[in-house]
Design a protein. Structure first.
Length: 80
């Protein structure tokens, strides 16, 4: 299944705003990322390795955020 088509209407002849919306839509739809990925062939093992590294990084970030939140809630003192 392909990506959603991006289209923008130009209102009141404001081409700059329409261009800005179009660029944002293209980036959010994932077209640019897909083009970058397909520019060069990457071996399946490389893809799996990058996926694993990304999962490890995101898990570490998630743990750090949880640790910070836990430490903030523990250090706050209740007022009497």
């Amino acid at each position: 299944m392909g990506k959603a088509r991006v289209s923008v209407k130009v209102r009141n002849g404001d081409i700059n705003r329409a261009l800005k919306q179009f660029k944002r839509g293209v980036i959010e739809s994932g077209h640019i990322l897909e083009l970058k990925e397909k520019k060069y062939h990457t071996k399946p093992t490389t893809k799996r390795r990058r996926q694993k590294e990304e999962a490890i990084r995101s898990e570490q970030i998630h743990r750090l955020k949880n640790d910070e939140l836990d430490s903030l809630t523990k250090t706050k003192k209740k007022r009497k």
